[in-house]
Design a protein around this ligand. Structure first.
Ligand SMILES: Cc1cc2nc3c(=O)[nH]c(=O)nc-3n(C[C@H](O)[C@H](O)[C@H](O)COP(=O)(O)OP(=O)(O)OC[C@H]3O[C@@H](n4cnc5c(N)ncnc54)[C@H](O)[C@@H]3O)c2cc1C
Length: 315
């Protein structure tokens, strides 16, 4: 029996269709909830059936297992957006491209750095997505989530979300919560200037990312200069970029370790952007994991730096 037929996409749905890397076996059940009530119903039913629940946004930062997921994949498809002067409320299922485009076209400043950032508002908050000197936390006022144990709403001001480099309280404390919506505080700006900034971010991504192949963005976090040995930091000082603080790009280290273009099965370390692993030919999650391990090891041996994963690994 299906969980809740009216909003369900299905049982045994292939998760490769729900990851930008196009890898992943079947989910026991997958529900797309269009309202908070539907979300609560699906989560409560899963709890009664003792099924684990995984919250999925746009699938742009996730590696599923070849064996799939033995539980409920729950997609909060909450796509409302309300713009009241500089205050913007967006459901967690809103695509970042939609949020950025809608605010920039009204001359609202604060999210233009996110031009071309894939994924949803929920996913961006979960991982405190950032690029070109901006981070999602910078323009956030409040996040509202649903606790999947008590089924109570939680309101957190941005300052209470423990945001850090590619992390938040939802990620670092593995909270059993679904982000429902967020309130952003933007400022009035020049529409033309903001559009140019958004477009230049989009164009930069098109020129430098291997978008022609399935991928899930940067596999590894860039390396904080403050977190490594002073001699190593000196060795790599010419590669350091400040975004949002002094970092050594993981791509630089992967290249230096000779791993650009390394391949396992159908998975390839992109020669165009070595921090991306692309699916060039029916790659499996096993191929990707093996390649991630190889890159981690080679970078450690050749560069003395231990890379940390940025993507969510469910394999
Ligand atoms: C081509 C490309 C370029 C990218 N560039 C960048 C970049 O410049 N900067 C950057 O930071 N990232 C980048 N990414 C990674 C990715 O786009 C971001 O991490 C994005 O914010 C993930 O959003 P998502 O909705 O796809 O999340 P998903 O991949 O669906 O999920 C990611 C994590 O968020 C959790 N999550 C999602 N929605 C919710 C919710 N509503 N409530 C609770 N938890 C939730 C999931 O459980 C999962 O753990 C890039 C990815 C690609 C493919």
């Amino acid at each position: 029996m299906s969980l809740l037929v009216f909003m369900e996409i299905g049982k045994e749905v292939e998760l490769k269709n729900f990851s930008r890397l196009q890898i992943g076996g079947p989910a026991r059940d997958l529900v797309r909830a269009d309202t908070v009530d539907e979300l609560i119903d699906a989560a409560k039913t899963a709890r009664e059936l003792r099924m684990p629940i995984f919250i999925l946004g746009g699938g742009t930062n996730i590696l599923w297992s070849d064996n799939g997921y033995d539980g409920l994949v729950l997609m909060p498809f909450l796509t409302f957006m309300e713009i009241d002067d500089t205050r913007v409320t967006a459901g967690s299922g809103v695509e970042m491209a939609n949020l950025v485009g809608s605010t920039v076209s009204r001359g609202l400043a604060g999210l233009e750095w996110a031009g071309g950032l894939p994924g949803t508002v929920g996913g961006a908050i979960y991982g405190n997505a950032g690029a070109f000197g901006g981070e999602i936390k910078d323009s956030l006022l409040e996040v509202v989530s649903l606790d999947l144990d008590s089924f109570k709403l939680k309101h957190r001001l941005a300052g209470e979300c423990k945001f850090g480099y590619r992390t938040s309280v939802f990620k670092s404390e593995r909270l059993n919560e679904v982000i429902l919506h967020a309130i952003f505080k933007l400022t009035h700006g020049n529409k033309l200037y903001l559009s140019r900034k958004m477009d230049s971010a989009i164009n930069y991504r098109k020129a430098t990312h291997p978008l022609e192949y399935p991928n899930i963005g940067s596999i590894f976090k860039n390396v904080a200069v403050s977190g490594i040995d002073r001699n190593l930091a000196k060795l790599y000082e010419n590669a350091v970029k400040t975004d949002p603080f002094p970092l050594i790009p993981a791509a630089y280290l992967i290249d230096k370790a000779g791993m650009k273009g390394a391949r396992v099965g159908g998975a390839l370390v992109s020669p165009k952007q070595p921090n991306f692993i692309v699916n060039v030919e029916n790659a499996s999650a096993r191929d990707v994991l093996r390649l991630i391990d190889m890159v981690t090891e080679k970078v450690y041996i050749n560069c003395g730096v231990r890379l940390e994963k940025e993507v969510r690994i469910m394999a």
